[in-house]
Ligand binder design. Structure first.
Ligand SMILES: [Zn+2]
Length: 268
């Protein structure tokens, strides 16, 4: 009798252990596929993917190059990139001519800013806040992770090996217009605040620009990557406003004539 009970307990323990192990591996696999498979795409592949996107953007959107606004954008971006501890990306920043107020990041560290956003900004520091947020998405590999989650890893790999071009178009649409998860947005914001500080740009400029978007009540734009959604916006503004810079922090102004930037955009 006793040995039978002992056997039953052993059987139960074995079943329990098997269920636990099975559950553990299942959860691990699910969370891997749901959250982060970006390690399956190398930096070289990401750069290649970025080049395919760049060609498509070049075909589809008019860009603004070699005017004062572009020079200003490059100057702002350079200050931020130089303040990064290290990076695997060769960043490129491009203005797209469009009235929409948006900015987005494609794979490979290529960041695009719409002229509408530059027109809304009143200082180079506000633009820096937007760029720092987008750099955050790139550095944390949010773009590749999201593409894999939305389209599957095999779709991303297929595009890289010259698959169906319509999938690439679909991917670009998703990168421009869809929001990241709230966790990704928070992570990009936190990254941006730290980067702004390291680049000697007041992190308060982020609060200012977010507040401006809020005041404008740009709800028709709320699906665009850079736009915010209620009720997260107030929390994001608050975090930027309350961000504590180190004691010896001092902001270094840009030598950019913002009025000239606006004029050069209008002349396009
Ligand atoms: Zn974002």
């Amino acid at each position: 009798m006793q040995s039978k009970t002992l056997r039953d307990i052993l059987v139960l323990l074995t079943i329990g252990a098997a269920l636990f192990a099975g559950g553990y591996f299942l959860v691990r696999e699910i969370s891997k596929s749901d959250y982060d498979l970006s390690y399956e795409v190398s930096m070289e592949q990401e750069e290649e993917l970025g080049n395919l996107f760049k060609d498509l953007i070049w075909d589809k959107y008019p860009t603004v190059k070699e005017n004062y606004a572009d020079t200003a954008l490059q100057q702002i971006a350079k200050r931020l990139v130089n303040a990064l501890d290290s990076t695997q990306y060769r960043y490129q920043f491009t203005i797209i001519k469009s009235k929409e107020i948006n900015a987005f990041t494609i794979p490979g560290g290529n960041i695009y800013v719409f002229s509408g956003l530059l027109e809304l900004a009143e200082t180079p520091e506000e633009v820096a806040a937007v760029l720092a947020h987008e750099i955050g998405h790139a550095e944390k590999r949010h773009v590749v992770t999201r593409l894999i989650n939305e389209m599957s890893l095999s779709a991303v790999i297929a595009v890289l090996s010259g698959g169906d071009p319509s999938v690439l178009t679909q991917m670009l649409q998703s990168v421009i217009s869809n929001r990241f998860s709230r966790e990704n947005e928070d992570e990009a914001d936190k990254f941006a605040l730290q980067l702004l500080e390291d680049a000697h740009i007041s992190p308060k400029s982020m609060a200012k620009f977010f507040q401006k978007l809020n005041d404008k009540n740009l709800d028709y734009n709320e699906d665009l990557e850079f736009m915010m959604t209620h009720p997260h916006s107030n929390k994001r503004i608050d975090r930027a406003r309350k961000y504590k810079t180190r004691n010896n922090f001092s902001a270094e102004p840009f030598s950019i004539d913002w009025e000239k930037v606006q004029k050069s955009l209008n002349a396009e």
